[in-house]
Design a protein around this ligand. Structure first.
Ligand code: HEC
Ligand code: HEC
Length: 377
């Protein structure tokens, strides 16, 4: 489960002062996005893109409370776990009236997805991503007239894909609002962390997977435990967000995820493979090296389970679903346990591909070229 926090760094000494949680005991403040202070430094404002709120924190009182604790004491070490730390030091201001557990849409006048902000005096000016609007929050105004909005364009139309994207980034889907799908899958990709999800039993954490091509590459999850991404989406709503939601919302999320297209790799030169990547391509498709047996074009997966010797101490199985290699440049760390920080490490230390090929017969140059090719996909 995600908690949502803010870290305070002393810019002069370049030291971490501490990390405070922005959630309340029974109400998460998901997807903290932008942070800003007015010129007088009296308040710190944080937008919550997943819960459509802004936190207004009493800066002096928070610092006083933090600095009053000697850094070496247990109390200071416990701050990052203290869901009550900001009680009385912070106001949570919701941008929308109405029922708290209802996901806002952009069809009405709701504000959806507050992100970047600037604060002048007692006013926060907040860019509201999905609404194409700016919210103005006046902290000193009376409740009921705290929030006004300025349209920045015509109201966007809610296509099924766009609706799915709103839902994917909305923590109202989650029991007590701790996280949105986007908390672990930012931009529908990966957060780089290992999570112990409930779909394959407890005690075997797995590295987050990207949503790119998930629907085109069944089965889903590295253990293949879900027959397809549709099942994975519904399991996510039920077992990660602890929610029961209308089927149409799951369908909208499917439509959004199916509409995602790969971003061209930054390793391409003018949109083409570099000379090194061209050489690496030859290595990749070389029968004796064998990568393409399991990672064939165009999806770079054979959609099958294989034992590639990657079982780790926590696993209850040895075979894993071959992942696509498209957009590998942005999905580090690698393999289901996130053991390898770089693709090169996966081949050199992990000897991945050796079981069915000859990765250990490749020269240093060939390995570097192969890495360049994989990073160009
Ligand atoms: C707490 C972090 C977390 C949250 C929140 C989360 N996921 Fe995931 N998701 C993961 C991890 C980790 C995996 C990889 C698990 C595995 O391979 O067994 C994953 C895998 C998936 C997959 C399988 C992809 C594939 O190609 O195999 C789908 C689909 C998915 N998530 C959808 C969702 C949806 C939809 C939501 C919101 C309802 C969601 N996830 C919320 C962590 C999370
Ligand atoms: C026998 C089938 C097989 C062969 C041969 C094979 N792979 Fe894989 N590959 C897999 C499987 C299965 C995984 C996932 C294993 C895991 O996560 O534990 C994987 C994972 C990867 C990953 C990590 C992807 C990620 O997002 O974590 C990369 C990169 C990769 N392979 C590239 C290659 C290259 C390059 C070759 C050739 C040298 C190769 N593979 C040969 C089956 C294969």
């Amino acid at each position: 489960m995600n908690t949502n926090a803010m870290s305070i760094i002393d810019a002069q000494t370049k030291k971490l002062v501490n990390t405070v949680l922005l959630d309340d005991v029974d109400l998460g403040a998901a997807n903290p996005w932008g942070v800003a202070c007015p010129a007088d430094g009296k308040t710190i404002c944080v937008t919550h893109a997943g819960t459509h709120e802004v936190s207004v924190i009493d800066a002096a009182a928070m610092l006083q409370k933090l600095l009053a604790m000697p850094a070496d004491e247990k109390a200071a070490a416990d701050v990052p776990n203290d869901l009550a730390f900001l009680v009385d030091l912070r106001r949570r201001i919701r941008l929308n009236p109405g029922p708290i557990f209802q996901a806002p849409s952009t069809e009405g006048s709701e504000l959806n997805g507050p992100r970047g902000l600037a604060v002048v005096g007692s006013n926060a000016y907040i860019a509201v991503y999905f609404s194409d609007a700016m919210a103005v929050v006046d902290f000193e105004s009376k409740p009921g007239s705290l929030v006004t909005q300025i349209a920045l364009g015509t109201k966007p139309k809610l296509s099924p894909q766009r609706r799915g994207r709103l839902l994917f980034n909305d923590a109202a889907l989650c029991f007590q609002h701790w996280q949105s799908c986007g908390s672990c899958h930012p931009a529908a990709r990966v957060d780089g962390l290992n999570w112990d999800l409930m779909n394959d039993g407890l005690g075997n954490p797995k590295n987050a997977k990207s949503m790119l091509l998930a629907h085109q590459t069944p089965p889903a999850m590295i253990s293949g435990i879900r027959p397809n991404a549709e099942a994975g989406v519904r399991a996510g709503i039920r077992h990660i967000q602890f929610a029961v939601r209308p089927e149409e919302e799951a369908v909208a999320i499917d439509e959004y995820l199916k509409a995602i297209r790969p971003v061209p790799s930054p390793y391409l030169v003018d949109g083409r493979l570099s000379p090194a990547a061209e050489r690496g391509k030859t290595v990749f498709f070389d029968q004796n090296v064998g990568c393409a047996k399991c990672h064939p074009e165009p999806l770079y997966t054979d959609l099958k389970m294989h034992d590639v010797g990657s079982r780790c101490q926590y696993d209850r199985r040895s075979t894993f679903d071959t992942p696509t290699l498209v957009e590998c440049w942005r999905t580090a760390p690698y393999m289901h346990d996130g053991q390898y920080l770089t693709i090169k490490d996966l081949f050199v230390r992990g000897k991945h591909g050796n079981k069915d090929g000859q990765i250990d017969k490749l020269t240093e140059q060939q390995i570097n070229d192969l890495v360049e090719f994989v990073l160009s996909l």
